[in-house]
Structure formats: C-alpha cells, structure tokens
Design a protein around this ligand. Structure first.
Ligand code: SAH
Ligand code: SF4
Ligand code: F3S
Length: 473
C-alpha cells in the first residue's frame, strides 16, 4: 500500500495487468494473464505465481483475449474489493464463449472465503487457489484442463516461497517488493487477513538477502520489505540457532550496498522497537518513512478493534520516532465509522491525525467482513451517511496536513532516486525522496542522468501531492 497519496481507498493499483511476454521464445507455450487486486503483498505474490508458471513453460501475456489461462489474484479486505472482482469475472463469460478451453482461476484472499460460491453458483471459475497453495498450481491446472474443478485453499504454517525467484511484473526496473513474512497473528477485530492468509511466518533470512542482492546486481536501487506486520519478523537459523529480528534484518539489507534504498511496510505500532528506529537512523539508505496505521484515535474504539494500544501510547510512539529521527515521515491507515463510533470518537481520530502530522494516509469506510470478531460481536451501527461524512472530514484533515508538510519542504534540498519519466512529460523526471514524497524536475540537457540514478534537488513549488524541484549540484 505504498506510493498512493491521500486516497480514500488503497485499491488504486487494482486491476493492474501486466508485463513481460515470457512466451516469446516458444510460440506454442500456453499463455496466462494475471490481474492483481488489493495490497502490495498480493502484487508480490503475483510475481511468485508468474515465476512458478514460467518454470512450467507457461508464458505471460498482457492481453486477456489471447490467454489460455486467466488468473485474478483477489482481495477480501472490504466488500467493495470483492464486488470489483465478481464484476470482472462476469466479463470473462464472453471470452469463454469464444474460447471454450479458456480456464479462469481465482487466487489470493477471496479463494478460501468464496470457494463454493464461486465454483457452484457462478460456474465461471475453473480453479480456486489460496495464498499458500501456489506451488500446486501446475497440478491444479492439469486437473482443470481434464475437466475437474480444481481447488486448493489449504493454509500452511511454514510456506514462505523461499527459494522461488519472483518474475518482476510491471516493474520500473528500479524498485521491487520483497516479501519477508506471510500471514498475521494479530486479531484486529475488523480484519479478515488472519483468516485469508493464516498464521504469521517469517521467511529464511538468507533467501531474503539473496533476493535483495540479486535485485541490486540487476540494477534495482530500492527494495520494500513486505509483511502485514514486518516488525514481528523473527527467524531462527536451525543450523546455528542464530536469531534474526527485524532490526537485524534491516541492517543486513542496508549493508548490501549504500546505493540500495530500503523501505518496509507495514509496522504495527505495538511492535516497532527502539532498536528498529536506531537502525533506521544509523543507515542513510534506510528510508526515513514509517507506515504506522492508527485506525482510530479513540482508546475505546481501539480496544474494540483489539489493536492493543491506547491513543496515548500511540502518540508516545510518534514522539519517540520524531525524537530519534526528526526528519522521519509518517503515514497511517484510518477507518471511519467502526461499530459504535460516536462523534466524540471521530473527533479524537481527527485530533490524533493532527498531533501526528501525517504526511499521507489511507482512509477507509468501515466494511463489515463476515467471520471477523467485529462481525460476530458488534453491531455495524453507524449509518452510511455518517460514515461518509466522517470519512470526508478525515480526508480533508489529511489534505491539509499533506499540504502543510509539503509547504515546509520549499527551499530544502533532498536526494532523489529517479524512477522514470514524469507522467505528464518525458522532458521531466519523477522520483522520490527518502520520506517517500513524489518529486518532479526537469531533465538536464546533457542527458547524463538515467532512471536508477540519485540526484540532489531543491524544492521550488508544491501541491498537496507533489513537490516540484530543480537539480542542484
Ligand atoms: N497489516 C496492516 C494492514 C492490512 S489491511 C496493519 O495492521 O496496519 C490495510 C488496511 O485496511 C488496514 O490498516 C485498515 O485500515 C483497513 N481495513 C482492514 N479491514 C477493514 C475493514 N473491515 N473495513 C475497512 N477498512 C479495513
Ligand atoms: Fe489485519 Fe491487524 Fe493483521 Fe493488519 S495487523 S493484517 S489490520 S489483523
Ligand atoms: Fe486484501 Fe489479502 Fe492484502 S485481503 S489487503 S489482498 S492480504
């Protein structure tokens, strides 16, 4: 969920289809098309899936009309995310009519929850494969080709896909996601993730470091370490009993090369430690940016949400981050209209936002998810109009905070990693500073800079979402 500024939904990358036509060497290879929904973990999983299929001789295509296999890597986090996928499925009906041997597969977080419904009621789906079962995809495809509906939604306690080298999709060749944990052991009462992705497990540190080194050698200059709760990363080497926690992992990734930027997401406020903060401070290439979702500013609601911290505790964590790294940017996730939320609770959320001076936030209306603790225990009793009004107040607050934060950057010099051309013009570069802010600036006449290079820029102008800069020497 990185890289989306001030949007009330995090589904901006939804439906992003993809990249390399790996089938070009073998024109008879079966072609697959994959579309990813939801969070960065799902995008990262699609790269693992592509790798597994690639090894089996399948080639990727960007065009659904020419695919033999269509996969949707789905999200269940809010009802809207599921509705989008179901609508997309109906669009494949036409393609199936044209090409009766076309197979359609549902992967990811909707698989477990909706397997029966999708297979029986909608009859459109031939395969349903959960997030821990991707290694079985080749067999399942064979089954489905033989006419049997193929299902594997088993969750695992130890699958981390270590040893699978992801095929980078939609890549800018500069930044890549690297998965470090899977699943989640927290039981936030509103959240479906522990049910769709199972128990938390940490990936072997050696395989993480190998992947990051490999990325660097292939020209990548930024890795984002991904997990639902990265700060609880904990790996014990079975040969040496050596323990790697998140602070040590960060340090080791940062030491691969000073030119490799390191980011991470997401941090649960209860788990981020001083030792992580000191490691961030001590390495210039660990980006000064923390995604630290608060969810609500009311201690009463935080307790109902089972977040295990209070408003005061959260604010003291923010204070600690700023003490150790005064230039650290902080972003948040916020839910409007959770069960029993009163006006006073909502005002407390606005107040925590203000005190935390978030640079960005991802803001959502509460959406009850079947099977979660909140769905079982509490009534979803805030009406939709109130939810929408509160969300819009939260969004306005964030817009103001982002504007004020960007205003303070005018006249400052930042090091930027160039990611590519700006959206508007190929005469301008787009990059980010350590704080994850988007910076736009004119290219030099001599054409010496290229994407993946670092350059210093000074900020001249700004909007709430972008800093406009010029290169300094
Ligand atoms: N592991 C991350 C977040 C994963 S889900 C964390 O703990 O911060 C991303 C965000 O979706 C959550 O932070 C939350 O703000 C939002 N979210 C999760 N369940 C939701 C629901 N039922 N309704 C609305 N928003 C939800
Ligand atoms: Fe969901 Fe909470 Fe786990 Fe995040 S930490 S994935 S919100 S249960
Ligand atoms: Fe969605 Fe699953 Fe991610 S529910 S937010 S795709 S972990």
């Amino acid at each position: 969920m990185l890289n989306v500024l001030n949007k009330s939904i995090d589904e901006s990358r939804q439906g992003e289809a993809y990249a390399p036509n790996t089938s070009s060497q073998n024109p008879v290879a079966k072609k697959f098309f994959i579309e990813s929904y939801g969070c960065s973990m799902n995008f990262s999983d699609s790269e693992i899936i592509a790798s597994i299929l690639h090894t089996e001789g399948f080639g990727a295509t960007k065009h659904e009309e020419e695919a033999d296999l269509i996969f949707l890597n789905t999200c269940s986090i809010r009802e809207k995310a599921e509705l989008t996928v179901r609508k997309r499925l109906t669009e494949f009906k036409k393609l199936k009519r044209k090409n009766p041997s076309l197979l359609v597969g549902i992967l990811g977080c909707m698989a477990e929850r909706l397997k029966n419904k999708l297979l029986d009621e909608e009859k459109l789906v031939d395969l349903v494969v959960g997030p821990d079962a991707y290694r079985t995809l080749p067999n399942l495809i064979e089954e489905a080709e033989g006419g049997t509906k193929a299902v594997n939604v088993l969750l695992s306690r130890d699958e981390t896909y270590a040893g699978i080298s992801p095929v980078r999709l939609n890549s800018n060749g500069v930044s890549a996601f690297v998965s470090i944990t899977r699943g989640c052991n927290n039981m936030c009462s509103f959240c479906v993730v522990p049910f769709t992705r199972g128990r938390e497990r940490s990936r072997d540190v050696h395989s993480i470091l190998d992947e990051c080194r490999d990325l660097f050698e292939n020209g990548y200059r930024e890795v984002t370490l991904l997990g639902q709760n990265v700060d609880s990363y904990y790996f014990v080497d079975s040969a040496t009993n050596h323990v790697t926690d998140f602070a040590l992992l960060l340090k080791q990734v940062a030491e691969i090369n000073p030119l490799l930027r390191v980011r991470f997401s997401t941090s649960h406020p209860k788990d981020i430690t001083d030792s992580v903060l000191y490691t961030m401070r001590d390495y210039a290439n660990i980006c000064k940016y923390i995604h630290l979702p608060v969810q609500s500013g009311s201690s009463r609601l935080l307790q109902l949400m089972n977040r295990t911290y209070t408003r005061e505790w959260y604010l003291s964590k923010i204070k600690r981050i700023k003490e150790i790294m005064p230039d650290c940017a902080i972003s948040s996730d916020i839910i409007a209209g959770f069960c029993t939320e009163e006006e006073q609770d909502h005002l407390e959320t606005l107040d925590v936002m203000k005190q935390s001076e978030y640079e960005f936030s991802y803001m959502f209306i509460y959406s009850e998810r079947p099977g979660t603790l909140a769905a079982k225990r509490y009534e979803d009793n805030v009406d939709m109009d109130t939810k929408k009004r509160r969300l819009s107040e939260i969004v306005s607050m964030q817009n103001n905070l982002s504007y004020e934060s960007n205003k303070k950057d005018v006249g400052k010099v930042f090091e930027v990693l160039i990611e590519g051309d700006s959206k508007r013009s190929n005469l301008q570069w787009m990059g980010r500073n350590s704080q994850n802010k988007v910076m736009i600036f004119d290219k030099t006449q001599d054409g010496k800079l290229k994407k993946g290079d670092y350059v210093n820029v000074v900020v001249n102008e700004f909007t709430q979402a972008t800093l406009f800069c010029t290169i300094v020497n």
